[in-house]
Design a binder for this molecule. Structure first.
Ligand code: HEM
Length: 205
């Protein structure tokens, strides 16, 4: 038996929704905060960071067969939002200068570096997300794409470490994120394993 459910919405439609969300965030923050203020850029950076984190979680949750076609657009959108987040954070939190890192407290600097590491893991995933790349890499493609959970966990650690989070302590946010990451991974794996059992050919002996 195979899962015949086709995706109800064409996966590429998600790119359109992603673009609309980016525009809505841009417009919302620009309308809500004083024009051209530094804080506008910072809030936009934070919003893009949370959207990237949420999209990465959705990639991990997309385990059932009918959701798999959505993984690629979700992953590419997560990468695009992570790039926007990095650009805004670099411009408005680090004043557009790499040497600003030297003036951060050691802990904060390490937290930012964990974010950079997460982004670095996302780069090869985004570059090899196309079908030709998948074919070219063969079985190595799966191995490479096992980087998705570590990239998500690193992004979560980074968020807990350096984010502002509306007055919550990094420890509280960290605890919630680690719990969520564990749940996402466990539920995803359990659903994947159950599906694999249901759809594997019956043994005849
Ligand atoms: C080179 C890569 C990165 C740099 C330089 C960077 C930089 C920063 C900085 C400076 C902050 C603090 C912002 C603030 O508190 O105003 C921050 C927070 C955050 N970052 Fe990143 N980041 C990077 C990668 C990532 C990635 C890959 C993700 C997600 C996939 C991410 C998600 C977040 C989130 C959700 C916050 C918390 C916002 C808040 O609560 O204030 N970051 N990042």
């Amino acid at each position: 038996m195979t899962d015949r459910r086709a995706p109800r919405v064409h996966p590429n439609v998600l790119f359109g929704w992603g673009a609309l969300l980016a525009l809505a965030l841009e417009a919302g923050v620009r309308l809500a905060l004083p024009a051209g203020s530094h804080v506008q850029g910072q809030r936009l950076g934070e919003a893009h960071g949370f959207v990237a984190l949420g999209l990465l979680a959705l990639v991990l949750l997309a385990q059932p067969a009918w959701t798999r076609p959505y993984r690629r657009p979700l992953g590419l959108l997560a990468f695009a939002f992570a790039l926007l987040h990095t650009a805004y954070s670099f411009q408005f939190d680090l004043d557009g200068r790499l040497d600003s890192l030297a003036f951060l407290a050691v802990g904060t600097r390490n937290g930012v570096l964990v974010g950079a590491l997460s982004l670095a893991l996302l780069v090869p995933l985004a570059l090899t997300s196309s079908r030709p790349a998948q074919r070219a890499l063969g079985r190595h493609w799966r191995t490479l794409h096992r980087l998705t959970p570590p990239a998500f966990v690193l992004a979560g650690v980074h968020t807990a470490w350096v984010g502002v989070h509306a007055g919550l302590t990094p420890l509280t946010v960290g605890g919630v994120l680690v719990t969520l990451a564990t749940l996402v991974t466990l539920v995803g794996r359990a659903v994947g394993a159950r599906r694999a059992r249901v759809h594997s050919p019956r043994r005849t002996s």
